[in-house]
Design a protein around this ligand. Structure first.
Ligand SMILES: CC(=O)SCCNC(=O)CCNC(=O)[C@H](O)C(C)(C)COP(=O)(O)OP(=O)(O)OC[C@H]1O[C@@H](n2cnc3c(N)ncnc32)[C@H](O)[C@@H]1OP(=O)(O)O
Ligand SMILES: CC(C)C(=O)C(=O)O
Length: 514
């Protein structure tokens, strides 16, 4: 496929091994969409399924074969003529078909699973590979459980497969057992010791049972493998396969240490990852490298400050390089002033020093009690802060709401610099609150509207309350926001009273006082 000695072929098995993740079955249409996305991503080979497994798999392979114009399409098959026939049939329309046939070579698998002698397995390798090669020029052979296979038998099996016509030899770490050093040495020794090894491309296929799939795949490439089998988001049987995006970005980011290259258009990684996640229903863990929601998100103040000064302080690759628009500075309890100021700027606020410090203090207090702070939370904080610079300000509160006594509300307020306490009973704590607060005015405000909505998501979301008061034909809307709906309600009522005072003063300055 290439003469360049450091070019690595990317063999994507999201649609075959990836689909073997429990609960990850994809419909025909979904498979077609993923296959198209993989072609745009630039993978070299797509393992589209296991033709004999089901009619659905057969149809998916056939239709993907017709759909794709550049990428090799591959079907898996056991070391059996009927499997290989079915694979060849499904691949009939592919521009570049590949048959991938496999059989186990480890003592454990041969004895207990296949119940075959090593000699029978050798015979089967020869027969299956040569049969496949008669039907297709591009034949891959895998020694399942290769990393737990005895060295001499492994070499002998591979030699037979190459002689029978295999063009790619895949040495899978089927159960995620190997370690990077071990696998690198194994790959190097296979290439050195197996006769005619230069006639085939060697391949890695790693599972993640010990969390080593990506490290092992890269080690195998360092040992001489030039094909990597992997999946989007690392999905696959049990703990999954090596994640394509991690291997590719390791190559791209560490060219100094890993001077390998592929055809992958890294800018298409994020959208492909999201597509696979949405069709399989398997959410990507937030802290997953490259494609996790937090991979380019920074919450702590010191990091955010560094990012604002120079993104390279905390990012070894750019978000654009994987197809994201930009990094995210997540506002939370660990954020500092620099990031908060930047966020306010983004939201269109330009606060003076005092107003900024007051908003920052409120933001930190809110972040202590609320897990996620959204933009709307911050807008609510600033607006709330502005409301608090008013004639009457709510300072403290207490509500009683139980089944043994009437509800009541008590508030401490600062009214033009003077501390006041008001209290009332009512039909529920909101009614009690409004009755208590109404005692602060000589007027007769009439409640026209009381509306609550959550500023953001979750049970710890801030409530934003609107209170509309009408008096002598004058109407005002008061707003209040707080994680506690009762406090937000009281704040909204006080805000409305403050506005009413301003309105009264405008029309009849002397007529009414609060
Ligand atoms: C490491 C891997 O990921 S390998 C791929 C795993 N993927 C899958 O298995 C998904 C698709 N599989 C299937 O749909 C089914 O297992 C089928 C259609 C392949 C076979 O179904 P069944 O005929 O009902 O057999 P079943 O799955 O129960 O058992 C597997 C048989 O294949 C044999 N077998 C397993 N691997 C191979 C092989 N590489 N070559 C030849 N025979 C094999 C087993 O020994 C067993 O044979 P037995 O029936 O004589 O005991
Ligand atoms: C069929 C082979 C390549 C496989 O999936 C494995 O060994 O994990």
């Amino acid at each position: 496929m290439t003469n360049d000695k450091n070019r690595v072929i990317i063999f994507d098995t999201t649609l075959r091994d990836g689909e073997q993740s429990p609960g990850c079955s994809m419909t025909l249409n979904e498979k077609l969409r993923v296959a198209e996305a993989l072609e745009h991503l630039g993978v070299d080979v797509i393992e589209a399924g296991f033709a004999i497994a089901s009619n659905g798999d057969f149809d998916a392979i056939s239709q993907i074969s017709q759909l794709l114009k550049n990428t090799s399409v591959c079907s898996l098959s056991r070391a059996s003529f009927k499997d290989i026939d079915r694979a060849a049939e499904a691949l009939k329309k592919a521009v570049r078909p590949r048959i991938h046939t496999f059989i186990s070579t480890s003592p454990l698998h041969m004895e207990h699973k296949l119940q075959m002698t090593p000699e029978e397995v050798i015979g089967r390798i020869h027969d299956s590979v040569s049969y496949a090669r008669n039907l297709c020029d591009d034949v891959e052979w895998s020694c399942e459980d290769g990393t737990r296979t005895e060295e001499d038998f492994l070499y002998r099996s591979i030699e037979v497969a190459i002689k029978a016509g295999a063009t790619t030899i895949n040495v899978p770490d089927t159960v995620g057992y190997t370690t990077p050093d071990e696998y690198e040495i194994m790959m190097r020794k296979i290439i050195e010791n197996v006769p005619n090894s230069d006639k085939a491309i060697f391949s890695t296929h790693c599972h993640n049972d010990l969390g080593l799939a990506v490290a092992n795949s890269i080690a195998a490439v360092q040992g001489g493998a030039r094909q990597v089998e992997c999946t989007i988001n690392g999905i696959g049987e049990r703990a999954g396969n090596a994640a394509l995006e991690e291997i590719i970005m390791a190559f791209r980011t560490r060219q100094d240490a890993l001077p390998y290259h592929t055809n992958i258009v890294t800018e298409n990684i994020t959208k492909t990852s999201r597509l696979v996640s949405s069709v399989t229903g398997l959410e990507v863990q937030h802290n997953k490298a490259i494609v996790g929601a937090n991979a380019f998100a920074h919450e702590s103040g010191i990091h955010q400050d560094g990012m604002l000064k120079n993104a390279e302080t905390y990012e070894i690759m750019t978000p654009e390089s994987v197809g994201l628009k930009k990094s995210e500075l997540v506002m939370g309890k660990h954020s500092g002033r620099h990031a908060f100021k930047e966020k306010l700027k983004d939201l269109g606020y330009d606060l003076g020093d005092n107003e900024f410090m007051s908003a920052f203090t409120r933001f930190k207090d809110l972040a202590d009690v609320k897990k996620t702070l959204y933009d709307d939370d911050i807008i609510a904080i600033v607006d709330e802060d502005r409301r608090d610079n008013e004639h009457m300000k709510l300072e403290s509160w207490s509500f009683i709401c139980d089944s043994w006594q009437p509800s009541s509300a008590t508030f401490g307020l600062l009214v033009d610099g003077e501390n006041l306490t008001v209290s009332s009973k009512g039909n529920g704590p909101v009614d009690a609150s409004f009755k208590a607060l109404r005692t602060l005015t000589d007027g007769e405000p009439h409640l026209e509207l009381y509306q609550v909505h959550a500023v953001t998501r979750g049970t710890d979301a801030q409530a934003e309350v609107t209170v509309r008061l009408e008096e002598n034909g004058k109407t005002v809307n008061g707003h209040g926001a707080h994680v506690d709906t009762l406090v937000a309600s009281a704040k909204a009522y006080v805000n409305a009273l403050n506005k009413l005072k301003v309105k009264r003063a405008k029309t009849a300055p002397e007529a009414l006082t609060l």
